[in-house]
Design a protein around this ligand. Structure first.
Ligand code: C5P
Ligand code: MG
Length: 289
């Protein structure tokens, strides 16, 4: 039905059900559709030419704005907590407080580094941040079809926005909920705004604008894109759901996480650095691209 789903990176536990959901979404067309997506390692690439691509946090951590001593501390935190974040043997309840610890410690370190607001654009420019292949079709197609894209990220909002701005795809159909930096009147980083968002609280509890999903209550067909099990609750705030299709990028510890991903996501994309499958589905449902 959709050529892009024939790729060998694509797997599904129940292909029949996926087909039914897509056909039902197709009947609703682009007017009933909305997309909710994670950012780091979902809209951005996990790797390129054998090298890991950075998350929003990594872009700041690796920049010249951060001292060598602080870089080492941030790297140690990453080496401690990232394996916990993706550990398939631990429950979300067990991981939750440890993620709060990781984000809190990292943000506290960053706030000691005299990071200036006007340095965000240049560090993003110099970073190796890369959106997944096919991102132009994805972002521009959704925009041209007036399909809302909600980006729900535990990364850093200022960095995320700058990445999509520099890529020329920050259109007015895009809404972002993320951790935004708080700068003082001199433009120095002094903290992060609002409630902390980490991998395992991406749900209703951290949404500030409760009106967003209410305004979209005629868009009852939802596509969810993520790369962790924490991303599965991103659509919890949607008021009216007819069909929901969950697409998961399985980037790391593939063997260990495969079964868990197949059980949780309708479609699993294994070590696939492209948005081809997503774009194929969107086109099939009626989005322009
Ligand atoms: O956009 P997303 O919700 O995926 O952003 C969060 C990601 O950022 C996490 O999956 C985590 O691996 C990464 N992270 C990081 N450094 C931190 C905190 C989180 O690279 N200090
Ligand atoms: Mg992610």
């Amino acid at each position: 039905m959709i050529a892009e789903l024939e790729k060998k990176t694509v797997s599904m536990k129940d292909a029949g059900r996926v087909k039914e959901i897509i056909m039902s979404m197709q009947r609703g067309g682009e007017k009933k559709l909305q997309v909710i997506s994670d950012f780091d390692m979902t809209l951005t690439r996990f790797g390129h030419n054998g090298k890991r691509c950075p998350t929003c946090h990594n872009i700041v951590d690796n920049s010249q704005l951060v001292s060598a001593d602080c870089k080492k501390k941030l790297k140690d935190l990453c080496n401690t907590y990232y394996p916990i974040e993706i550990d398939h043997t631990r429950s979300i309840d067990e991981k939750y407080p440890l993620m709060v610890e990781w984000w809190t410690k990292a943000h506290d370190l960053l706030c000691q580094q005299n990071i200036r607001k006007d340095m965000i654009a240049p560090i993003v420019k110099d970073s190796g941040a890369m959106l997944r292949e096919g991102y132009e079709v994805f972002f521009n197609g959704l925009h041209q079809s007036n399909i809302p894209l909600f980006i729900f990220s535990a990364g850093i909002g200022d960095i995320l926005e700058e990445i999509i701005r520099q890529a020329g795809v920050f259109h007015d159909n895009v809404n972002v909920v993320s951790n935004y930096m708080d700068f003082d009147e001199k433009g120095m980083l002094i903290g992060f705004k609002g409630e902390l968002i980490h991998t395992y609280n991406k749900n209703n509890s951290v949404l500030r604008d409760k009106e967003y999903f209410k305004q979209l209550d005629n868009r009852t067909n939802i596509i969810v894109l993520g790369d962790t099990l924490g991303d599965l609750t991103m659509a919890d705030g949607v008021t009216n759901v007819e069909n929901i299709l969950k697409i998961g990028f399985l980037n790391d510890k593939v063997e260990e996480q495969r079964q868990m991903f197949l059980d949780a996501y309708d479609i699993v994309l294994e070590k696939d650095e492209t948005l081809d499958a997503v774009n194929g589905i969107l086109k099939n449902i009626g989005a322009k691209n």
